[in-house]
Design a protein around this ligand. Structure first.
Ligand code: FES
Ligand SMILES: [Fe+2]
Length: 367
């Protein structure tokens, strides 16, 4: 099937498997904020490339990921997020695992009385690890273990943002939106500048919407840089927030609106960052996890709470205005007429076009 030349991957149930194998299993996928597991023993179940995984904060405060599959008979080990665990215990027959994944307990199962199979060694049956790392407070996972090192994967973006002291960013607000649309529509629309005056009139007129430069870094980062975006838009209130100190004049005036392939959206301003994790949910639905980060104590200072909320609400209003549009895109995705739509605009839609091409090339990869 020619997935790359049609809209099947935007609506067909089968395409989810195809996409999981060729795209999500092979790269670094964002599973959301590490704030869900802040203390040792905190754990949360997630799904990447259709596979059930566990994220754990271990006793050394490192984030680890394992397949959420018991090594005895394969039952899911972790059903729901929990906190302060010392062991992860399977509900089926009680095998238990340490925070390092090692198999620690096998009730009524030992080789000495032949209740365990001959030669059974617990060392061989820890939870299977999965590559995990944390960057910008997000837990990134590579399921197949074959992706480049994460530091290489994000190097183009880290280099672009070397003047931003990203380590200062702290989580201050969170919101969640759901869209009845394929995850790719959510990202393509985020990168689309053409709709801004039409759908988000509060952001300014057509001239304001055109003041951007295309950004395309190495096949992993797509989007635009608004050259005056930080200063000429209503949502940029929040002058009370402290700003990154080492920015160039252009960076002080601008804002980056970028997608980190495959499922992270980032809007970086001189005084805050919105980071959105797009969580696919089948072929025709996705969840948008909006995280708002501020510098240092600005993220928690009680006197700035209403400013933080205002910032989050302004963004939520914008992202919310897109939800109906995403539904309109999804409603026609199965129509052959949708696949005969116009080519993308060289002026307005290069971010969208580049992301779509990147996905198409991934879906052509052999499994
Ligand atoms: S399947 Fe987990 S203990 Fe049996
Ligand atoms: Fe929009």
């Amino acid at each position: 099937m020619q997935w790359e030349s049609s809209f099947e991957t935007y609506h067909e149930e089968d395409s989810v498997v195809h996409e999981n194998q060729r795209l999500f299993a092979k790269t670094w996928v964002n599973t959301g904020s590490a704030s869900r597991i802040t203390e040792a023993g905190d754990c949360v179940p997630v799904s990447v490339a259709g596979l059930p995984l566990i994220l754990v904060r271990d006793s050394e405060q490192q984030v680890r990921a394992f397949h959420n599959v018991c090594r005895h008979r394969g039952a899911r080990v972790l059903r729901a997020a929990c906190q302060g665990q010392r062991l992860l215990r399977c509900a089926y027959h009680g095998w238990s695992y340490g925070l390092d994944g090692a198999l620690r307990g096998t009730p009524h199962w030992k080789t000495s009385d032949q209740s365990a199979p001959p030669g059974f060694d617990a060392l061989d049956f820890g939870l299977e690890p999965v590559r995990a790392t944390v960057w910008l407070d997000q837990v990134f996972i590579n399921v197949d273990g074959q992706a480049p090192e994460f530091t290489d994967f994000v190097a183009p973006l880290a280099e672009r943002w070397r003047n931003y002291d990203l380590d200062l960013l702290r989580l201050g607000q969170q919101r969640t939106l759901t869209a009845d649309a394929n995850w790719k529509f959510a990202i393509e629309n985020y990168l689309d500048t053409y709709h801004l005056p039409m759908v988000h009139p509060q952001l300014g007129d057509v001239a304001a919407a055109r003041r951007f430069l295309d950004v395309n870094l190495d096949g992993t980062v797509f989007g635009i840089c608004y050259t005056t975006g930080a200063v000429d838009k209503p949502k940029s209130s929040g002058q009370q927030f402290q700003r990154f100190q080492r920015l160039t004049d252009a960076q002080r005036a601008g804002q980056d609106i970028l997608a980190l392939y495959p499922n992270t959206l980032i809007e970086l301003m001189p005084h805050h960052m919105m980071l959105v994790t797009i969580e696919p949910d089948g072929p025709d639905r996705c969840v948008e996890h909006l995280n708002f980060y501020f510098l240092g104590e600005d993220a928690t200072n009680p006197t700035l709470e209403s400013e933080r909320q205002k910032t989050a609400e302004a963004w939520c209003e914008i992202m919310g205005q897109d939800i109906a549009i995403l539904g309109d895109l999804q409603a026609t995705a199965h129509s052959p007429a949708a696949a005969r739509a116009a080519d993308m605009s060289p002026a307005w839609e290069q971010g969208t076009a580049a992301f779509r091409a990147r996905v198409a090339s991934a879906l052509l990869d052999p499994v």
